[in-house]
Design a binder for this molecule. Structure first.
Ligand SMILES: Cc1cc2nc3c(=O)[nH]c(=O)nc-3n(C[C@H](O)[C@H](O)[C@H](O)COP(=O)(O)OP(=O)(O)OC[C@H]3O[C@@H](n4cnc5c(N)ncnc54)[C@H](O)[C@@H]3O)c2cc1C
Length: 381
């Protein structure tokens, strides 16, 4: 898996970061013909946000058209991963997702769902009776409103990352692990090389996909992006399977939680990011009792039999958050050959396949036809 960079002094493109984004970008560059591309990862594949990701892909949380279009394209790829990418089925499980919205939010939600339907998003409003049929173990209030995403589900973020890296390598790319990129060399307003812990590699194209480390990394070349690493706390419960044999995915914005089945016996529960900044190199690895208690209580309100579940394990990860919740996917004005792809908050899994194609389009064509990504430009900050 690890190839030394010492024997190869030039590359058509260098991707920095071996998470979902970096590996999807590498794969897409290679697919478009840039076979002499190299990815550098400072630790192992998926060791950043990716390895902690819940892997959910559903669309209700993408009201803006560009993001919805990218998620829709990624959903198509995840549902046909073995055919399109190969080597894996992305671990995709089609659970469907039921979104429950409180009465106060229902007007805005119906409007944005209508907009999504006009874009071809598979989502529909369902009645209380239908919601109960789809999710017999859930409990609902009379005045709540329900939306159903039949094609949604979850995949395996590590498997996807690994599949992209493997497929890219099979087609000629190199994946170098345990080798952090320390510097990007610029000359006359363009990228000429990267310096890593083990050497220097000349290249005209560098794509920075360093997730929560992006702000610090980019500051070395004078670029200051308002990216904030924040804590995401997750835990897994062992369900009473005699009482709840299975369930659909659930998104419960009013209670601030999401949940989905994990394998046959477990249920994974997460929520919105914990307020405050964290240091990506030293953050707590365990959710607090307070968060687990609050989210489990919210889950019990939605699925009362979950009060009989057992706590199995908890862990944390990082979201890379931007002020407007939109990612940064752009080529830099004034530095030819430098591309940035970061700021995916809690949405990078569902965007990764399409984002890899978009970044490859930027590298080859300077723009993309997949969707209008002007809202993801750097100069908005
Ligand atoms: C708990 C949790 C749950 C989530 N759930 C979902 C979900 O259900 N659905 C969804 O769509 N998204 C979800 N996400 C978000 C999604 O996982 C992320 O947006 C996505 O993984 C980001 O991928 P990335 O490649 O940008 O970053 P990362 O995975 O962080 O990858 C960046 C990589 O860059 C490497 N790196 C950093 N600096 C250097 C350097 N100088 N040289 C070389 N390598 C370097 C790091 O080691 C790291 O491997 C979740 C995230 C978390 C934390």
């Amino acid at each position: 898996m690890v190839t030394s960079s010492k024997n190869h002094m030039t590359a058509d493109a260098v991707v920095i970061g071996g998470g979902l984004m970096g590996t999807s970008i590498l794969y897409n560059l290679v697919e478009r013909g840039m076979k002499n591309s190299v990815l550098f990862e400072r630790w192992t594949l998926g060791s950043g946000s990716t390895g902690r990701s819940s892997g959910i892909i559903h669309l209700f949380t993408d009201p803006e058209e560009p993001r919805a279009r990218l998620t829709l394209e990624s959903l198509r790829i995840y549902r046909n991963f073995a055919e399109i990418v190969g080597g894996s089925d992305a671990g995709f499980v089609n659970t469907g997702f039921l979104i429950t919205v409180s009465k106060n939010e229902s007007k805005a939600a119906k409007k944005h769902v209508l907009r999504q339907q006009n874009m071809g998003v598979p989502i529909r409003h369902v009645s209380l009776e239908e919601a109960q049929e789809l999710a017999p173990s859930f409990s609902f209030l009379e005045d709540e409103v329900f939306f159903w995403e039949p094609k949604a589900g979850y995949g395996d973020p590590y498997e996807v990352t690994s599949a992209y890296a493997t497929r890219a390598r099979e087609k000629g790319a190199r994946v170098v692990l345990d080798d952090p990129v320390l510097e990007i060399d610029l000359e006359g307003g363009r990228v000429v090389a990267v310096k890593t812990a083990h050497g220097r590699l000349e290249t005209p194209n560098v794509i920075v996909a360093t997730g929560p480390w992006s702000r610090t990394f980019l500051s070395k070349i004078g670029i200051d992006l308002p990216l904030q690493p924040t804590l995401a706390e997750v835990f897994v419960l062992r369900r009473p399977t005699d009482q709840i044999p299975n369930h659909t995915g659930g998104s419960d914005p009013a209670n601030g939680i999401y949940f989905r089945p994990e394998g046959k016996d477990f249920t994974l529960v997460g929520g919105s990011a914990t307020p405050g900044k964290i240091d990506p190199d030293s953050y707590t690895q365990h959710p607090t009792e307070e968060t687990v208690g609050r989210h489990w209580s919210a889950l019990n309100r939605r699925v009362p039999l979950m009060s009989h579940a057992e706590f199995f394990r908890g862990y944390t990860g990082m979201y890379t958050v931007t002020p407007d919740q939109m990612p940064v996917i752009d080529l830099l004005d004034g530095i030819d050959g430098l591309f940035v792809c970061t700021g995916f908050s809690g949405r990078g899994f569902k965007l990764a396949p399409a984002v890899g194609a978009v970044v490859a389009d930027l590298v080859f064509d300077g723009g993309t036809r997949l969707t209008d990504i002007s809202s993801m430009r750097i100069d908005r900050f």
